[in-house]
Design a protein around this ligand. Sequence first.
Ligand code: GLA
Length: 701
Amino acid sequence: MSQIVNLRGGGVAFVLDMSGSTPVVVHWGADLGERVEWGLTDNPVPHSSLATGAKQHLLPQASSGWRGRPALEGHRAGGTAFSSSLVTTGSRHSADGGYEITMADAATGIELAIEIHLSEQGMLRLRSTVSNRADSNYCLVALTTPVPTGLGAAEVLDLTGRWCREQHPQRQPLRQGTWLREFRHGRTGHDSSLFTAVGSTGFNNRAGSVWATHFGFSGNHSTYVEQTPSGSALIGNAELFSPGEVTLAPGESYTTPWTYAVYSARGLDGVTQTFHRWLRSRSSHPRTARPVVLNTWEAVYFNHDLTSLRELAESAEKLGVERFVLDDGWFAHRRDDTAGLGDWFVDTDVWPGGLTELIREVRSRGMQFGLWVEPEMVNVDSDVIRSHPDWISGPGAGRTPVPWRNQQVIDLVNPEAWEYIFARIDALLTENDISYLKWDQNRDLTEMGHAGAPSAHEQTRAAYRLIDAVRRAHPTVEIESCSSGGARVDLGILERTDRVWASDCNDALERHTIQRWTEAVLPPELVGTHVGPTTAHTTARTHSLSFRAIVALFGHFGIEWDVRNLDEGEFAELAQAVALYKAHRGLIHSGTAVHADVTDPAHTLSGVVAEDGSEALFAFVSVATSFAELPGRVGFPGLNQQADYAVTVIFPTLSLPYRSVENVGWIPGGITVSGIFLAEVGLPMPILNPESGVLIRLVRV
Ligand code: GLA
């Protein structure tokens, strides 16, 4: 008799057969309705194979015939308890809508609990807890909660990157074997993938089946897609430990971070919709209008002086900025990036009266004040390390890790170091009128150790505890997670922060791709996007202001540019962009993100459609010169096909990104067209200059 558990939500089902000694996954994919009576998980037993036959166990273990990566790896001294045979001991629907399964193996003294949640948006979340119930230590090697893919799985898509080029896609056929990504950065990592997806052949933005997972964790981790000769492909995510790093004493437990898993029958935009809807349903999700930011970094770098910063604040106010963020360079000894990290006292040489005067100026101009900090780091050239050389985290024996941007990691596992950092951040926030922290973290955590033992796991948790404590003490202060740009972008850090800085690259062309793929998981209100200088500081590419503004509009908009001496035209166009953002942020930060499948790789059309279909904002962008003479017609996805829409190009209006639109009938004055026409026939697009764009507004009539 099969005993079926049919979890349903958001058009998705996760179906388990609980009748055997261990849970078996029947299905993760489209909702099958209320009535699912069949497990049908038995497969024929091939010649020369294990007698159990192949099944998709929720917890893959060698003891139930799994010959791929086991979910649990660990042992006791001498290698005993190396393989558990965990069997179901209980299961129940929990009060918060989840489903919990407990498993145990009396022989090895191991217990395991798996928590499964399927939300009304279709978000599947899973995590496991392993507990040591015997009277000797258990050395945990790995614990994962993998999810299986379904019919038609054929291709693997994930993201990779580096500093200034985060979240770029890479795609390959799904083959037998393991596609393993390991991120040993002690932080999420510039090359870390916001998702690992398996999909049907040719799945794209708007079509195809996709099974995607995200791992909500900011430390060392691995993610893999595994296809054995006997089964469907599994996607797994796990924390990566150094040897001996997690040893469970009798009675102790370890809980994995959450694996987030999304199934879509409508391509990647379906995956995105579930992530966005679920994230927006969190009680901690930012609900106030995301203020226009001015960040001082690319405007003044380390050259802090009150007069210049006052001028910058004055220009910011005139442009309509709502939050002024003072970046790196304000604290003791910090005249460049070689010294000062850890000395979280205002530099009295540069700021004889403290930050008070600047803050007063900013506040009197109606803007919030934000401050940059990097609490997890120290320079060796700092008072704190001169007094506490042992606060540098490292492998022990007097050796410190290789420096990175002249900095080391403060050992937050040491309670004294943790308390010192907490006290400094707490004092800064108590003594000053600060409503925002840009919380940076600018190096990989290599060879993390506390008291000679590996500590990347504990350090990550200590950093989380630090942010949590700051939040508890100052609940109205918003926090941005920055990590040399986008090296700490994940749902673990976003449980305790309000936005991420996607990249240090403010080049609009690079940002266009970085943001498209960041947006695959994160809604735009959680992603900092700034208009940078005319010639980008990180690539030396020059772009029109309108292109930079269009790219920055689809996020939490800001400016990171010395706007003190703009010419009249630049000032007017930037002020126009700020006003556009204010007018449309309600839509951008609540609507459905859509990405058209445009055949010509030189163009993209992406946008946001209001949940009720009443309006939409699209950006048509040329990312390169085209092989074709014309961009041709491009279809607008995601609109209400039964409605008519008034379509207008609303930006730019001051400097046009094309030579002529004489024959593009709909552009100068706008046009009213049906949603179905816009989707199925599309509109003829203008010939844009390369690396430029137009903003198109659609309003239901
Ligand atoms: C990192 C951040 C930048 C800036 C600098 C300051 O690189 O990503 O945005 O804050 O640090 O040092």
